[in-house]
Design a binder for this molecule. Structure first.
Ligand SMILES: [Zn+2]
Ligand SMILES: [Zn+2]
Length: 436
């Protein structure tokens, strides 16, 4: 029964990520409700792995103002002097809670006026999104562009005297704006109250004036009957995980038996869906695209060196057809990156690695403790959730951006037989359930 349930969960995850059209994922760091009295910093913007087409918002530093990232441009605004907003740009800034999403393509819709409150923005955005087939259960970014009759926006100010810009008894500076031209950036979510939306709201909205002389958190709005433009993230085609492979057609047969192998085939072979397996599969897909530009992978003509992880080695032999006993597969932790893949006929060789910073560090930190068998049972579940989130990221973002393939000109194929690697994915097989 247990097994049935986990297989069902896996197939839901696979079908959600692979079949359904999705909007770009919304990520969070820290939470509004967990900032605490000292507004501990939860993210350095510098360290965000992918800043292209980034849209984001959060408080600037320890309540020194507001951050809004518009299409990869990091604006931060502060109001250290009464009535005066100063807008600057830098990646070298920090935030105590942060929401962000990389959105490359947007779909434009008409948003009829009037909009006379932030609440109405929420209702109208939800209505249009729902009508256009967006899943309101999934968080998404949105933008509203146009001219606005009146707005009230605020910029928060520091709460403690040791922070630059502190003014006694002032927690934020309000601004009344008229005849504005600019853009509102918002994040919609029905499940992030207290994280990045208030307790009674499903949206968090910031405003940036067209000439970039003002930016702040939007509290009130009056648009009159003007019609505005609403932009929603374009739904993405899911990441293509299939590989077309060419094999022989029977035990003594000829080359030409062509089939498509997919991630779920590999999952059955490996035993479970895990982030390492997805990393391996997508990395090999990228590597083999370089070796077989026509898209047909000859599994009788490919050999591979893999790092020792149980997930990577399984992906390597399944996807490439390489086997140790035929001198077409071996394991080495001395290679750069994840795999070295070679075409036997031309000797063309490529190495493939994952982009630095893509994998959340916590996965490797908790993973290292789990491999020692020392991770508490409830933390095993936490680690699984982190890995599932990472899997989802990998299956909804362009693998071309996530993996780097480099040609190796003088690769020395040097098979070693070593059978002392540790199968790390069975170490905790008898761990108790969380809470038991
Ligand atoms: Zn805000
Ligand atoms: Zn695995």
């Amino acid at each position: 029964m247990k097994k049935l349930i986990s297989i069902a969960l896996l197939s839901i995850l696979l079908s959600q990520t692979m079949l359904a059209q999705t909007t770009p994922q919304v990520f969070t760091k820290g939470a509004m409700n967990n900032m605490g009295p000292t507004y501990d910093i939860k993210v350095w913007l510098d360290t965000l792995p992918d800043k292209s087409n980034l849209f984001a918002m959060g408080p600037y530093d320890k309540m020194k103002g507001e951050i809004t990232v518009f299409d990869g441009k990091p604006f931060f605004a502060s109001a250290f002097e009464e009535g005066k907003a100063v807008v600057s740009q830098s990646w070298d800034i920090r935030s105590p809670f942060f929401v962000y999403s990389n959105v490359k393509n947007w779909e434009e819709f008409n948003l009829p006026g009037p909009l006379n409150s932030v609440q109405q923005i929420e209702e109208n955005v939800a209505a249009i999104a729902k009508n256009k087939g967006y899943d309101l259960k999934e968080p998404f970014a949105f933008r509203i562009g146009g001219e606005f009759d009146q707005m009230t926006a605020h910029i928060v100010t520091p709460r403690s005297p040791d922070i630059e810009g502190y003014r006694p008894d002032i927690k934020s500076q309000n601004f009344t704006l008229e005849n504005e031209k600019g853009e509102i950036l918002g994040f919609y979510s029905e499940q992030h109250q207290g994280v990045f939306t208030g307790s009674k709201s499903f949206i968090h909205v910031h405003y940036l004036r067209d000439d970039q002389t003002f930016m702040g958190h939007l509290d009130k709005i009056t648009t009159g009957n003007r019609s505005l433009k609403l932009y929603l993230p374009k739904k993405q085609a899911p990441v293509e995980t299939g590989m077309r492979v060419n094999d022989t057609d029977f035990s003594k047969g000829r080359l030409g038996y062509i089939q498509t192998i997919d991630l779920d085939d590999l999952v059955k072979f490996h035993g479970h869906l895990c982030d390492g397996l997805v990393v391996g599969h997508l990395a090999l897909q990228q590597a083999m695209e370089q070796l077989y530009p026509d898209g047909l992978i000859d599994r009788t003509n490919t050999r591979v060196v893999s790092k020792a992880s149980p997930c990577l080695t399984d992906a390597a032999i399944y996807d490439t057809g390489g086997r140790y006993q035929f001198n077409s597969f071996y394991v080495s932790d001395a290679i750069d990156g994840l795999f070295v893949v070679q075409r036997i006929d031309t000797k063309k060789t490529v190495g493939v690695q994952m982009k630095n910073g893509l994998k959340p560090k916590e996965i490797d930190q908790l993973g290292a403790i789990a491999v020692k068998g020392e991770l508490p049972t409830c933390d095993l579940d936490k680690l699984k959730n982190l890995e599932d989130d990472f899997t989802e990221t990998l299956l909804s973002t362009d693998p071309k951006k996530n993996f780097i393939v480099t040609e190796i000109s003088d690769f020395n194929w040097n098979p070693i037989l070593k059978s002392t690697y540790i199968k790390t994915d069975i170490i905790n097989k008898n761990a108790l359930k969380c809470g038991k």
